[in-house]
Design a protein around this ligand. Structure first.
Ligand code: NAD
Length: 439
């Protein structure tokens, strides 16, 4: 492996973050070694019959990183770039995240190496059901609880829950409470045991965290924002920011994006409507304020340029590894709110820290999703149904508490928010190991 490749290898990057925090608190070497290797690495391959009659071999993973604090928990993504190192990193970050937002789960992650946009709905469903069957022996409400991630959603979670339920019934598992069976995955549709508020939860959690930070730093609104990614996370967060005194100056998706040419940012409702109609943000050049300027060009901003715009806050909300050693020196925002998992490489992190940019780490910024996934799991396990108000109130309480705890360590130890977050996580993991694993 070349040095450059090592630097950009997601799992190596995740270990760098872990090691940095471990040094600060003299974390025991043996525990660090255990946390540096996932407990179980599952690889699956299965044939998928395409509508054309051809067979395509599908390949994927479920990495179960750590379960000292509870069942493994983390999303499933469908993306052509899914690979083992990426999924291992994502699983480790889930362990850290679940500790930080203090839910009784360990960390896991999974994915299929596929572009689902090239599949028909029938193919997508069949592939998902086959994936569920491959994973079935290793998942369960008290063993490993997947959730949505990139290119997966409530419909896909419903198919997994349904397939899992069928398998258990075929195998004589009828005695298991139906609600508990549903708790095998979270992020389901509401009619199939999902929670109110789960879909918006990640964006909303990020919004609460950012509001805390803005207050802590004494910043005055309006504050300008650029967002990379307009999927579940990016679109819900954009709407909340737009309604609460932030100006969204640029926004993108996988095909590139658009930039507002006036001081007032986009009207996000119009962007959403346009994206729904046209499919891609880059086709939405004629919306909100952009259309008022005759010089506007179609799809006028790349996913690289959006990172370097002169805004107060930069929000990567798409894929990992987008902020690198190469582009980090050109970042002009004072705050980066990491809504994507792992958007910043270890090399870039050093540069941003030196440049005095406050980076709110992914494991804190996007922890709202798994927090409400926990509420969904709890509702399924206890046969309850919470109101949206209850979900959002408890979500706010949990993420604000996590932010305050991290900020306190950041101030005490004079470290970056990311290192403070990992310090807190390691302290709690050590406690779990001592209490539960090695009584
Ligand atoms: P999504 O599939 O709903 O949306 C992804 C968005 O990113 C889309 O707008 C897509 O067009 C865009 N995108 C894809 N490739 C891109 C590229 N190369 N450059 C720029 N944009 C690109 O996914 P999501 O659920 O919104 O997840 C986004 C990020 O947030 C991921 O890193 C995910 O792991 C993380 N995350 C999601 C949740 C959740 O609850 N969904 C929770 C925590 C973290």
């Amino acid at each position: 492996m070349t040095e450059e490749h090592m630097n950009n290898d997601p799992f190596e990057g995740a270990l760098t973050q872990l090691n940095k925090a471990a040094k600060i608190i003299d974390f025991p070497d043996e525990l660090l070694q255990i946390l540096s290797t996932p407990q179980r690495q599952i690889e699956v391959s299965f044939p998928l019959k395409m509508d054309s009659g051809k067979i395509q071999l599908i390949h994927g993973y479920r990495i179960q990183h750590n379960n000292w604090r509870g069942p493994y928990k983390g999303g499933l993504r469908y993306h052509p770039d899914v690979n083992k190192s990426e999924v291992k990193a994502l699983a480790l970050w889930m362990t850290i995240k679940n500790v930080i937002c203090d839910v009784p789960f360990g960390g896991g992650k999974g994915g299929l190496e596929i572009d689902p946009k090239n599949l028909s709905k029938k193919e997508l469903e069949e592939m998902t059901r086959q994936f569920a069957r491959s994973l079935a022996p290793n998942i369960g409400s008290e063993l490993d609880v997947p959730a949505p991630d990139v290119n997966t959603n409530s419909l896909i979670m419903d198919w997994i829950a349904d397939e899992y339920e069928k398998l258990r019934i075929e195998n004589g598992g009828l005695k298991i409470d139906a609600n508990k069976l549903k708790a095998v995955v979270t992020g389901k549709s509401i009619k199939n045991g999902g929670s109110e508020g789960r879909e918006e939860a990640t964006g909303m959690g990020g919004f609460f965290v950012l509001e805390e930070l803005v207050n802590k730093m004494g910043l005055k609104k309006p504050l300008t924002v650029a967002i990379q990614g307009f999927g579940n996370v990016g679109s819900h967060l954009a709407k909340l920011l737009c309604d609460n005194g932030f100006e969204i100056m640029a926004i993108s998706d996988s095909r590139g994006g658009v930039r507002s040419r006036t001081e007032k940012g986009f009207n996000i409702d119009l962007v959403k409507k346009c994206k729904l109609e046209k499919g891609f943000i880059s086709e939405c050049y004629c919306i909100g304020s952009v259309c008022d300027n005759p010089d506007d060009v179609k799809g006028d901003i790349s996913n690289e340029t959006i990172l370097k715009l002169p805004v107060d806050i930069l929000i990567p909300a798409a894929m990992e590894g987008v902020i690198t050693g190469e582009n980090a020196p050109d970042i002009k925002a004072n705050i980066i709110l990491e809504m994507a998992n792992g958007p910043t490489t270890a090399e870039a992190d050093e540069i941003l820290e030196k440049n005095g940019i406050i980076v709110v780490p992914d494991v804190l910024a996007n922890s709202g999703g798994v927090t409400v996934s926990y509420f969904e799991w709890l509702q399924n396990m206890n046969g309850e149904k919470w109101s949206l108000e209850k979900v959002n109130t408890q979500l706010k309480e949990k993420v604000v508490k996590a932010f305050e705890e991290v900020w306190k360590i950041k101030e005490e130890k004079k470290v970056s928010p990311r290192t403070a977050t990992y310090v807190l996580a390691l302290q709690r993991l050590k406690e779990a190991y001592t209490k539960v694993v090695q009584p």
